[in-house]
Write a protein that binds this ligand. Structure first.
Ligand SMILES: Cc1cc2nc3c(=O)[nH]c(=O)nc-3n(C[C@H](O)[C@H](O)[C@H](O)COP(=O)(O)OP(=O)(O)OC[C@H]3O[C@@H](n4cnc5c(N)ncnc54)[C@H](O)[C@@H]3O)c2cc1C
Ligand code: FES
Length: 297
């Protein structure tokens, strides 16, 4: 089974060492974006500020043993970090977006600046963009947006740095969806990354009324200017539909998947995902990015 490997480094690092490490971090900022969404920046010493779009950290608030297990969070951004002494050493500010769902995320939402967190990462594989790709079609639903905007920003940074050969390629279009306008995150980030953005909400409070996959399907009816590939992250129902649409158009498609994770490193077997050929793959170790054509729903 071919699985996406490698990936595009995100700004500011190019290349770099992506070995995972057990780390201790401090919350620098934990901003309530309202309606249950938060953005947390964690200052981490002893880590280089590089990652590949799609990778994630396991993160746990240092607060006794409830919940015992860390939670997985996709990396939204990573930048040179640390203040004062820690900045002079190597360090990074790792930024995550999250939605409060249960105990782990509620506990994180309660963290003030200075709170200690344990992290492990960066983990997992990443989105890959083939050399010479002409058009990337990005699809994100709700809190699935971090790895998708990370990919767009990595490509935008590569363009700014003159990389990638043909300066205007690949072009990027993005479709963002959610139940309501409060579920639409990072729209300004996409525009800043020079991505043509369309939005759909189920209640019609932002963009078009309907599903984000309706926008995707309509877009794919237009003839491509060259090679086209789809990159998506979001709830399982959305990913399944994206996979079906990609298959109907015979387009390559990579999905950043979620599964319940205990360890994040292939030990607990809690994150198995069924794939073709009566087999399973581990979301943490073999993913979280999978070729859509390989996933069994
Ligand atoms: C690779 C990967 C990347 C992820 N990236 C992010 C991210 O960037 N931001 C983010 O907010 N979350 C992300 N998640 C999900 C995150 O790890 C947690 O599972 C989720 O936030 C819920 O944790 P919790 O402790 O709050 O809820 P729990 O207490 O674990 O669960 C409470 C209840 O909600 C259900 N539940 C758990 N997860 C979800 C879910 N995703 N949607 C709906 N119901 C759920 C559980 O079955 C349970 O019934 C990612 C997961 C993976 C595997
Ligand atoms: S989370 Fe333990 S094997 Fe994947």
């Amino acid at each position: 089974m071919r699985k996406p490997r490698g990936g595009i480094p995100s700004a500011p690092g190019v290349g770099g060492d992506h070995r995972s490490q057990e780390l201790r971090g401090r919350v620098a900022e934990n901003r309530d974006l309202r309606h249950g969404y938060y953005r947390v920046a964690v200052e981490v010493e002893g880590i280089r500020p590089t990652f590949r779009a799609g990778q994630f950290f396991m993160l746990r608030v240092e607060n006794g043993s409830d919940p015992l297990l860390p939670r997985a969070y996709s990396i939204y951004r990573m930048a040179q970090g640390g203040r004062g002494r820690s900045r002079r050493r190597s360090g990074a500010s790792v930024v995550f977006l999250y939605k409060v769902i249960g105990r782990g995320t509620a506990q994180l939402a309660g963290c003030r600046a200075g709170a200690a967190v344990d992290l492990f990462g960066p983990l997992g594989n990443a989105f890959t963009v083939p050399a010479g790709a002409d058009e990337l079609v990005l699809v994100a639903g709700g809190i699935g947006v971090p790895p998708v905007i990370a990919l767009a920003e990595a490509l935008a940074a590569r363009r700014r740095n003159g990389g990638g050969g043909r300066s205007l390629r690949p072009t990027m279009v993005a479709f963002l969806g959610g139940r309501s306008k409060v579920d639409i995150l990072c729209a300004a980030d996409f525009r800043r990354a020079d991505v043509r953005l369309s939005v759909a909400t189920e209640d019609g409070s932002a963009g078009e009324r309907g599903l984000v996959t309706d926008l995707l399907e309509r877009h794919l009816e237009s003839p491509p200017a060259g090679s086209r590939a789809i990159y998506a992250c979001g709830p399982p129902g959305m990913l399944r539909r994206v996979a079906d649409v990609a298959a109907a158009h015979a387009l390559p498609c990579q999905l950043s998947m979620e599964a319940p994770m205990g360890c994040g490193i292939g030990i607990c077997m809690g994150c198995a995902i069924p794939v073709r050929g009566d087999r399973y793959r581990l979301c943490c170790k073999d993913g979280p990015v999978f070729e859509a054509s390989e996933v069994l729903w």
